[in-house]
Design a protein around this ligand. Structure first.
Ligand code: PBE
Length: 270
């Protein structure tokens, strides 16, 4: 099948997640960079995009997705991230942690845990897959913690088991499966040393704004250097950056089922 036919078959539509996400913004850049004038990104959510994938996959129909790794969809479906010689999607990404100014003074133990939090893509995928298998989010996070006590004890090293004394913390996230997994894990760890943790699910822009304005305490959902470059530029003077929590294995890209047999975004140029 010629790549050109795929355009007509999908009505020149790329199935996207939320419009505030970096991966949708990168896809809009790719449409420009590769001169794909007829194409558009249709925005929805991570969950809705996966539902569309599932429908297409069943009938081996073509579909174009705003994809990224790590993500459980690569375990459940045979997918390809298309080559991107123009680097519209950037190169390898790191995931990072940010906190509001003042958190270090107000809750030094929580700050220490957030700063120490670091894991790998396979860890995150374990949690994501369990949630996908209908295990409750907090329970999936706790199951991972129970199986990885050595790693977790490094994050909580020297922190008293009642350090939080019941005080409240708010973590912000966007409803991306990657961030649902990571935020639930760090929330469970903070609760295990006595904090009460609220998860505040918001739009990407507000995730940064809330930390910068001090309305929320921290987020583990910063993707850099490419994905959230605009948000980082707008807000970085007003939050504390605590370093990477995953420094390998993350990549954005235009993603398709392997049965479509495409290799590069350039294959869509007519
Ligand atoms: N993501 C997951 C986000 C960052 C985390 C890749 C969907 C984004 O594109 O902004």
């Amino acid at each position: 099948e010629a790549a050109g036919d795929y355009g007509e078959e999908v009505d020149y539509t790329i199935t996207g997640i939320d419009g505030g996400s970096g991966v949708v913004q990168s896809t809009e850049a790719a449409i420009e960079d590769y001169g794909l004038d007829e194409w558009d990104v249709q925005t929805s959510s991570d969950a809705a995009m996966i539902q569309e994938l599932d429908n297409a996959y069943e009938d081996e129909e073509p579909i174009f997705l705003t994809g990224w790794t790590p993500h459980w969809k690569f375990q459940e479906y045979d997918l390809e991230i298309l080559d991107d010689p123009e680097l519209s999607y950037g190169e390898a990404e790191s995931l990072g942690t940010m906190a509001r100014e003042g958190l270090e003074d107000d809750h030094p133990e929580a700050y220490q845990i957030l700063e120490s939090f670091e894991w790998g893509p396979a860890d995150m995928e374990d949690v994501m897959l369990e949630i996908q298998d209908d295990v409750d989010e907090a329970e999936a996070a706790q199951n991972w913690i129970d199986e990885n006590e050595d790693m977790v004890s490094e994050w909580t090293d020297g922190v008293d088991e009642n350090a939080g004394e019941g005080e409240s913390l708010t973590l912000t996230l966007v409803a991306w499966d990657t961030e649902i997994a990571s935020t639930n894990v760090i929330a469970q760890v903070l609760e295990s040393v006595g904090y009460e943790v609220d998860l505040n699910q918001v739009e990407a822009n507000y995730m940064f704004a809330a930390i910068a304005d001090g309305d929320a305490d921290a987020s583990v959902a910063v993707w850099e250097p490419h994905t959230h470059a605009d948000y980082i530029e707008d807000y970085e003077d007003d939050y504390d950056y605590l370093g990477a929590n995953m420094d390998e294995g993350a990549q954005l890209g235009l993603t398709v089922p392997a049965y479509m047999d495409l290799e590069s975004i350039e294959d869509l140029q007519e």
